[in-house]
Design a protein around this ligand. Structure first.
Ligand SMILES: Nc1ncnc2c1ncn2[C@@H]1O[C@H](COP(=O)(O)OP(=O)(O)OP(=O)(O)O)[C@@H](O)[C@H]1O
Ligand SMILES: [Mg+2]
Length: 261
């Protein structure tokens, strides 16, 4: 009997980019990008340096607007609603769609306060559930056993890998819907990289995630879908298996085989 690959029910789009163009100081950095991310999927965005990978992530929670002279055209739908519509609460948007940066951003505060920070910032601390959410998030990222005896010691005592996990815990405490990860292993050694990659895989299905990476093996290993950006253009977007084994565009193939820089 032929093997049937069961793909399950088609899931509803969690995020949809419709003809999204972004320019910084008059220079286009994203050009008419359209793509759909189904709920619970893990999408990798690959492409050379300067191709607009971070710009794409920033467009998903309107962080691009914190840069000077940014112009955004097109739409980004989150659960079918345009995040660029007038009146959207940006703080709430960034709670629902937090971003993790390449270098872990750890405040010179305790481990506990670093995770609780987001909850306090977003005004969620009054709900009396702060401690529960902090503990739960630390468990979720696999840091609990390492830090439970020193929650009130400085987070600066943690290693780079532990710090990145702490940042992910801070984001998860906010009970987000979409996690944006900009080269989350970019500043980590091989062992910490594996740890963060394993965590991302564990979180698969539970959250919709968009991961930017320079590491092709990482993209191939962890993602469901892959998008290839080149000079602000989404050259190709499809299942990770297809992109890595049968790219449809010559430029994708050249990039994956190291012939395009
Ligand atoms: N703050 C900024 N002001 C003006 N231009 C910027 C700014 N940040 C990035 N750019 C430019 O926007 C373009 C897209 O940059 P982006 O940071 O999205 O690239 P990237 O693919 O994430 O690159 P990398 O892999 O190096 O992180 C590049 O040409 C870059 O020089
Ligand atoms: Mg970048």
């Amino acid at each position: 009997m032929a093997a049937v690959k069961w793909l399950g029910e088609p899931k509803s789009p969690k995020v949809a980019l419709e003809n999204l163009s972004v320019s910084y100081q008059g220079r286009p950095v994203l050009k008419h990008v359209s793509l759909v991310i189904p709920e619970g999927r893990l999408v990798a965005i690959i492409g050379p340096s300067g191709s607009g990978k971070s710009a794409l992530l920033y467009a998903l929670n309107r962080m691009n607007e914190t840069l000077p002279e940014t112009r955004t055209e097109g739409r980004v739908l989150l659960n079918g609603e345009n995040i660029y519509a007038p009146g959207v609460d940006l703080q709430e948007l960034r709670r629902r769609v937090p971003i993790i940066f390449p270098r872990p951003i750890v405040f010179p505060q305790s481990i506990y306060d670093n995770v609780a920070f987001g909850l306090r910032y977003h005004g969620l601390a009054s709900q009396g559930r702060v401690a529960d959410l902090v503990f739960e998030s630390l468990r979720l990222v696999g840091l609990w056993d390492e830090v439970k005896g020193r929650l009130h010691r400085s987070a600066l005592e943690l290693t780079a890998g532990q710090r990145q996990l702490l940042c992910i815990a801070r984001a998860l405490a906010l009970q987000p819907e979409v996690l944006l990860l900009d080269e989350p292993c970019g500043s980590l050694d091989a062992i910490s990289t594996l740890r963060v990659e394993n965590l991302i895989q564990e979180l698969k299905g539970r959250y919709t995630m968009v991961v930017v990476t320079h590491n092709m093996q990482e993209a191939a290993r962890i993602s469901d879908e892959t998008g290839f950006l080149l000079e602000g253009e989404l050259v190709e977007y499809g299942s990770t298996e297809q992109i890595f084994t049968q790219p449809q565009d010559e430029r994708t193939e050249q990039y994956l085989t190291g012939r395009l820089f």
